[in-house]
Design a protein around this ligand. Structure first.
Ligand code: ATP
Length: 215
């Protein structure tokens, strides 16, 4: 039997006169991959940001946002602790190498050095980056940087993984690798939420999706 991971009802977000998200309703089940498919400017990123508490929705008495039983405005830290975020632009620290980019984040999550070392090794193996462990970010390809950003989002073993256009601009080989990893994560019970403007990507990995345009 499926269980609800995210429930959103009548979600609205305006930037001045622009309605970025317009009366949006959706429900995501646990351990499914749910997609937001739509063109540039449709409101996908804004919706993701509201879910993980980086943007505030318009106030509305009949608006519901429930993420694993929590509300992003009231329980922002709890939602952060149970999610992993892969933003649209990789925001790795270019001064550091691959391992150090992960170990800095492990400190934010309060992991011990021993626990972090084990988890980082698991994740480098999972994302097929072991050979690059000591390489600086500037010497990685775009696809490797993306895989590292995904590895970083997985450090805290999130129940919810949110990816904003995870494969935009990547070559088909890396795209397929990322799709396979997302399928594996889903099998492990992770709920995956992603935005994309590739119909092929939505078709390949989403169990269900909504099509967004102009909010
Ligand atoms: P893309 O695929 O290009 O990322 P998107 O579907 O994710 O598009 P959003 O980034 O959510 O779209 O943007 C939706 C609309 O809201 C756009 O018209 C955008 O210009 C506007 N918008 C987004 N963020 C802001 C902001 N901080 N201030 C003003 N307008 C914004």
């Amino acid at each position: 039997m499926s269980e609800t991971a995210i429930l959103v009802k009548n979600l609205n977000k305006s930037y001045g006169a622009l309605k970025a998200v317009d009366s949006l309703d959706f429900q995501v089940e646990k351990a499914e991959c749910f997609g937001f498919l739509g063109p540039n400017g449709a409101g996908k990123t804004t919706t993701m940001k509201i879910i993980y508490g980086k943007a505030e929705p318009d106030p509305g008495r009949d608006t519901v946002i429930d993420v694993f039983g929590f509300h992003p405005a009231k329980n922002a830290l709890t939602i952060k602790a149970l999610s992993g975020i892969v933003p649209q632009q990789d925001n790795l620290d270019s001064q550091l190498n691959v391992t150090d980019n992960l170990s800095i984040y492990s400190k934010f999550y309060g992991m011990s050095a021993r626990e972090a070392k084990k988890r980082i090794s698991e994740l480098l193996d999972f994302m097929e980056l072991e050979e690059k462990a000591r390489v600086k970010i500037g010497q990685l390809s775009g696809g490797m940087q993306r895989r590292l950003t995904i590895a970083r989002a997985l450090l805290n073993r999130p129940r919810l993984l949110i990816l904003d256009e995870p494969t935009t601009g990547l070559d088909p080989q890396v795209r397929h690798l990322i799709w396979n990893k997302l399928r594996e994560l889903k099998e492990m019970g992770v709920t995956v939420l992603l935005t994309t403007h590739y119909m092929e990507e939505a078709f390949q990995i989403c169990d269900r999706l909504i099509i967004m345009d102009k909010g």
